[in-house]
Design a protein around this ligand. Sequence first.
Ligand code: NAI
Length: 339
Amino acid sequence: MHKITLIPGDGIGPEITKSIREIIEAAGVEVNWEIVNAGAGVMDEYGTPLPEVVLDSIKKNKVALKGPITTPVGSGFRSVNVAIRQKLDLYVNLRPARILKGAPTKFENLDVVIFRENTEGLYVGIEHNVGDDAAESIKIITRKASERIVRAAFEYAKKNNRKKVTAVHKANILKLSDGLFKSVAEEVSKSYPEIEFDNKIVDNMCMQLVQYPENYDVLVMPNLYGDIVSDLCAGLIGGLGLTPGANLNDELAVFEAVHGSAPDIAGKNKANPIALLLSACMMLRHLDEEVAATNIEEAVEEILAEGEVLTGDLGGSATTTQLTAEIIAKVKAKEEKIA
Ligand code: NAI
């Protein structure tokens, strides 16, 4: 029995986390979920959108599955999603983007893994007004944070038989901050002579991913570029409904999809649970539940290839409940075959 922290989140979060719990149960993995929540919905009770009880639960259980949490735009509290990463020093944001068989995309051959630095860059949120007509935001890049994210990318490449790591930056313009990131990446790459290394300026990287995706493998980059390039890759593989992710450090792991709380479809039984489900498969592997993870992923690929039970974002008209039921039926059929 695994004890896992579950943060349902808000918007489509409660619907999709419910679906994921049902599918994991159907896959035969026993989980004792410790449910805690964050965001606007807990402000009245705790006086903060990120209560200590959430951070304590993750620290205790070491593994969490997290639904999306809405961030007010412009004013109001800062992102709870970013705060969880910073407070727990989850320095790796790991976001694989692979075109699954049958996924609704006209692109081919994308199979990259993004390592986004998760604790600094522009996301430190240091901003101030300069008089009435200007504002300044400060971007922080340190040797320590750059080195550990680049090392994590190389270690991942080594362990997963990936051939190449590309460091992504804008060091031609941001000569000091991105210049430091680039030079640290070059230094770290020397410890991994068996893995090819190159670097790309972020705007060129975006074009290259669209035109020549087969040339790229593991990508490592500062926080903001990682955020943007992961949505670009989500678009290339068939949408945010298919893109999983994880926030990691050497001790803790918080699994969450790349997408947000999708307020436009929240509560309508329209959300696609697959992105969070694929994040949950990464979690199952992290917990050595390889068979369950593979069964679920295969079920998802079969459903995409059949193209009959798909949610609106994938070009179908199925509800979250119908897609969940279809995944469960396929997962159960696989288990019966094994038994
Ligand atoms: P979003 O990812 O929530 O939605 C963008 C578009 O994709 C919308 O049209 C939405 O309906 C669609 N979409 C996203 N996930 C989907 C799914 N699973 N199934 C079907 N369609 C899906 O991005 P948006 O609108 O920029 O952000 C909404 C809120 O989410 C904001 O408050 C934002 O700050 C927050 N957010 C939270 C994140 C997190 O919890 N880690 C990550 C990104 C955004």
